[in-house]
Design a protein around this ligand. Structure first.
Ligand code: BES
Ligand code: MN
Ligand code: ZN
Length: 501
């Protein structure tokens, strides 16, 4: 898909498809509607097009315009960046189903200055590239690949002043989207393909040739030498060797600046171990590496964006299986932090691998640490598919993350680090056990992690509900209708960008 900025009037452009937006409250592009003899208003008035809905409408202007077909997308009440992403995603997917070709996008937002032109073009690129993503690598039957590509896209803007900002925004948005889509592919790939070793090679590929990202991978031996007994305890049950992936972005360039550290849980498959999970929906546990995949996707974006900040990524990658080498309920593990952990449930494995990664993070004397993990079913019960619940020990960091998440269109909801429940983690035989009671399970998981957090500001994003969507998610998300969502890559890149301002 070739995308460029064009200073052209939508009324005069020749193309296969012209995407336009119609919003709530008489928010109709007037000049276009006049050329069409008031058709757009009529569609809204008759209730045949819902400006607040999730469906696009195709119109054949039959010579009234040089565009061969119009695609009308709903903009909702306000033409926000998220409304733009959704409109473009819905329109883009419809066009792919109907034959693809050359798309022109009429102005969907008022663009008045360089900053708004950049943000608008970024949102369009994200809508296009995230919205038209398909995970088709494993379909060998060509007939079943129903989609025809959109070959080229013109982003129409009214004046010449904003061209360079819009071009920069397009490039930025495309790179963010490609990071999101890399994350989605790694998550969608099944566990027999996306092994810890595969994640490690993906990380190495991201770093290769950049000159400003360094990648190191610790194998089983090194992890043992380091003393990561909690991580290793989980990893031992699988024949797929674990990998502790370390990515360092611009660390040498800024030796006097404390780095931001991103930590992502990467359990490539979570069977539950000896506390085995029920059969139903077990296949979805191929997505239990979504946090780690999000760290890799963020670094893929950092590889190509200008983000002058030191950033470290830590991805403990392992598989939680049952075997003669697997850890058992009752086992006691020695974590890197030197605290001992009694395993009362082998299915609470994510917090164990994160415990060692959070302790490892302390070596960087970080400015702050953000971890992300498909950590608890309890979080999914609490907040469902579309809200990521997060915990944070620092209000400034919390405010930054929430603001970035809002701009990125990936909402966050703060949850409490409720001190009282820490008592559930007391063990009769070790420094702590690895589970609380069922109630408040997302909170006890966060409190467990807090025991391994150093003196740095820290946030923990529990993406169990938001990382992977199946067909029971309603309404169907406009950008990522099925499978891996790539959450929270957009938020992380936006937050890092804002930190450089
Ligand atoms: N990976 C799961 C959490 C999960 C559940 C993610 C559903 C996505 C969808 C995690 O490792 C887990 O098994 N958590 C247990 C913790 C319990 C044993 C304390 C859970 O949530 O049941
Ligand atoms: Mn588990
Ligand atoms: Zn898990």
């Amino acid at each position: 898909m070739n995308v460029r900025v064009a200073v052209q009037d939508p009324l005069h452009i020749s193309c296969d498809w012209l995407l336009i937006g119609v919003g709530d409250g008489d928010d109709v592009p007037g000049a276009l509607d006049d050329v069409l003899g008031g058709l757009l208003r009529e569609l809204v008035d008759r209730g045949e097009f819902d400006p607040n809905g999730r469906d696009v409408t195709v119109i054949h202007p039959r010579g009234a315009l040089p565009a061969r077909r119009l695609i009308v997308a709903p903009m909702g009440r306000e033409r926000t960046a998220e409304a733009v992403r959704r409109a473009v995603a819905l329109g883009g997917r419809k066009i792919r189903r109907l034959g693809g070709g050359h798309l022109a996008i009429a102005p969907l937002q008022d663009v008045t200055d360089p900053a708004s032109a950049f943000a608008y073009a970024q949102a369009v690129a994200e809508g296009l590239f995230i919205g038209t993503y398909e995970f088709e690598a494993f379909r060998t039957n060509q007939d079943r690949r129903r989609n025809t590509p959109i070959t080229n896209v013109d982003l129409l803007i009214p004046g010449g002043d904003q061209v360079s900002s819009a071009e920069a925004g397009l490039g930025w948005g495309r790179t963010v989207a490609e990071g999101v889509n890399l994350t989605r592919t790694l998550v969608n790939e099944p566990a027999n393909v996306a092994t810890p070793g595969r994640l490690a090679s993906a990380a190495e590929e991201i770093a290769a040739g950049t000159g400003h990202i360094r990648c190191r991978v610790f194998g089983e031996k090194e992890v043992e030498q380091e003393g990561m007994g909690a991580f290793l305890g989980v990893a031992r049950g699988s024949d797929n060797p674990p990998a502790f992936i370390v990515l360092e972005h611009r660390l040498e360039e800024f030796p006097d600046t404390k780095p931001v550290v991103l930590v992502g849980k990467a359990i490539t498959f979570d069977s539950g171990g000896y506390n085995i999970k029920p059969s139903e929906g077990l296949w979805k546990m191929k997505s239990d590496m979504s946090g780690g995949a999000a760290v890799l996707g963020t670094f893929a974006a950092l590889a190509r964006l200008e983000v002058p900040l030191p950033v470290v990524g830590l991805v403990p990658a392992a598989e939680n299986l049952v075997s003669g080498h697997a850890y058992r309920p009752g086992d006691i593990l020695h974590s890197l932090s030197s605290q001992t952990i009694e395993i009362l449930n082998t299915d609470a494995e994510g917090r164990l691998i994160l415990a060692d990664a959070l302790a490892y993070a302390e070596r960087y004397a970080p400015r702050c640490v953000v971890d992300m993990a498909t950590l608890t079913g309890a979080m999914m019960v609490a907040l469902g598919y579309s809200l990521t619940g997060y915990f944070c020990n620092d209000d400034t960091l919390a405010a930054q993350l929430e603001a970035a998440a809002k701009r990125a269109g990936e909402p966050l909801w703060r949850m409490p680090l409720w001190d009282e429940y820490d008592a559930y983690l007391e063990s009769k035989v070790a420094d702590m056990c690895n589970v609380g009671i069922r109630w408040g399970g997302a909170i006890t998981a966060a409190l467990f992690l807090r025991r391994f957090v150093g003196s740095y500001p820290w946030a923990h994003l529990d993406i169990a509900g938001t990382a992977f969507a199946t067909t029971d998610r309603k309404p169907t998300p406009p950008l990522t209708p099925y499978g891996a969502t790539g959450v929270p890559v957009r938020t992380l890149v936006e937050w890092l960008r804002a930190l450089t301002e």
